[in-house]
Design a protein around this ligand. Structure first.
Ligand SMILES: Cc1cc2nc3c(=O)[nH]c(=O)nc-3n(C[C@H](O)[C@H](O)[C@H](O)COP(=O)(O)OP(=O)(O)OC[C@H]3O[C@@H](n4cnc5c(N)ncnc54)[C@H](O)[C@@H]3O)c2cc1C
Length: 440
């Protein structure tokens, strides 16, 4: 019998883990390294009162079919709940419900004809299937033309500013279309309230099941350490160097880490591919999580359209998944996307908290610091790929120019926006590609 081919995977987020699961199922000898002490990357969770919770707020849309199928395949379908969600919009000192056409048409922050324009533009985009032309125009240009400057800047423009900061005016229309499309395909009918998915017990339930599935199929998954260099040998094989250990040799290597990290790991990559890797950037995120003894509001997802506030969304997890799952505690995320040179990205935790808390009274005048029993501040450098014009032409290929070296990361998810569903798709795709190449 011929020897089993050996595959190394760098990065134990959802994409790397899915690839490890698929390739070990297919009979390859797989070793995966995750630098952090735990698996799951951006979707990972940690212990809180009565259970576990994500570092960064997470839910699934009904259009997230790839991860839903995987969850069922792993035998944990009974843990996946589809729960009603509600959305609010905080502007001019008031929380407005924003759960569909009716709420939009009565939203008093805009004159009626602007509301109508926003509604008509949204309804139009929900019907558009051909996204290709939207690669060539910015969201700002297209939306301003379609709905007028005032309606744009009070609604979608404010959201783009919140998410993309100094890049907001460069974001391609295709990214915005993707968001509308996702929300549309996530509803069974426009009249039905939106239901979002959540694995009861946290996304770690899914992550643990993929890890277990991969290990049962023979994969070696290591957390708490990562390679420092990937080097191609004269015979085409790959040496993976781990500090303090002898290099290990593999037939193929998959990098499932952000592009700048991948570029550093593989110094032999030719310049043109390296340039591609480094030309695509990501927004970072700073997310505060508060543990409260009571609810802050009755809204799950509240977009903040108040430029004086330092965060841009309040996501009250326990208005989505009941506090009974957490011994009655309430969990509220305060979210902010930013450029990594923004002072908030490196600000000490107590300063972030001191700057955020006074603003919570704007949302609930009764809010008091004594409601908080614990808080955390989490940061992610590669939180959101920045999708600018003609992005499809600039995505680095999964097959790098070096034979046997592959890349699978969130910058390659397109035209949809990044998310756990698409990382599962990425893991499935890269596993099929590597299998095909190794058997060719
Ligand atoms: C604030 C926020 C909210 C989100 N909300 C949602 C949501 O509601 N729904 C949803 O579906 N998605 C959401 N996402 C996105 C989703 O979590 C990610 O798209 C997905 O988890 C990315 O998985 P990945 O495996 O592609 O990458 P990552 O999760 O980034 O995994 C990459 C892994 O590589 C590891 N690594 C880096 N360098 C090395 C090295 N040298 N050696 C070894 N390992 C290394 C990292 O530690 C990390 O674990 C959110 C993301 C953020 C930041």
């Amino acid at each position: 019998m011929s020897e089993r081919k050996r595959i190394a995977i760098v990065g134990g987020g959802i994409a790397g883990l899915t690839a490890a699961y698929r390739l070990s199922q297919a009979g390859y000898e797989v070793t995966l390294w995750e630098r952090a002490p735990r698996f799951g990357g951006q979707a990972g969770a940690f212990p809180v009162q009565g259970g576990k919770l994500e570092y960064f707020y997470h839910h699934l849309f009904q259009s997230d079919t790839q991860i839903t199928e995987l969850i069922h395949e792993l035998g944990i379908g009974d843990r996946l709940a589809w729960l009603p969600s509600n959305v609010g919009y905080f502007a001019d000192g008031t929380i407005y419900p924003l759960n569909g056409a009716k709420d939009l048409l009565t939203l008093p922050i805009l004159p009626f004809h602007d509301r109508l324009r926003v509604g008509l533009v949204t309804a139009y985009l929900q019907r558009v299937k051909n996204w290709k032309p939207y690669e060539k125009v910015t969201a700002k240009e297209w939306l301003t033309r379609a709905m007028g400057e005032r309606a744009y800047s009070r609604t979608f423009g404010a959201q783009l500013d919140a998410k993309f900061g100094r890049y907001a005016d460069q974001i391609a229309m295709v990214w915005f279309w993707g968001k509308i499309w996702l929300r549309t395909t996530s509803r069974r009918s426009p009249l039905e309230g939106e239901k979002l998915g959540y694995p009861i017990g946290s996304f770690d339930v899914v992550i643990d099941a993929i890890v277990e599935g991969a290990r049962n199929a023979g994969a070696t998954l290591i957390s708490g350490s990562g390679p420092s260099e990937l080097t191609q040998n004269d015979d085409g094989s790959w040496s993976v160097k781990i500090e303090g250990a002898e290099p290990q040799v593999f037939d193929a290597v998959i990098g499932s880490v952000p592009s700048p990290i991948f570029a550093k790991l593989a110094p032999q990559l030719p310049d043109d591919y390296r340039k591609k890797l480094l030309s695509l950037d990501y927004e970072a995120a700073v997310v505060v999580l508060l543990e409260l003894d009571r609810a802050l509001s009755d809204i799950y997802w509240m977009n903040i359209a108040d430029p004086s506030m330092p965060f841009t969304a309040i996501i009250e997890h326990t208005n989505f998944v009941a506090p009974g799952n957490y011994d009655g505690k309430h969990y509220v995320y305060l979210s902010k996307y930013l450029e990594p040179d923004d002072p908030y990205f490196t600000m000490p935790e107590d300063e972030v908290i001191a700057s955020y808390l006074p603003h919570l009274q704007k949302v609930n005048t009764a809010f008091d610091r004594n409601w908080i029993s614990r808080y955390w501040v989490f940061r992610e450098r590669a939180a959101q790929p920045i999708i600018t014009l003609n992005y499809s032409e600039r995505i680095p290929d999964h097959r790098t120019p070096l034979s046997g070296l592959y890349l699978a990361n969130t910058s390659q998810i397109y035209p949809e926006d990044r998310g756990t569903n698409y990382s599962v798709r990425l893991g499935n795709q890269i596993a099929s590609m590597v299998k095909g190449d190794l058997t060719a």
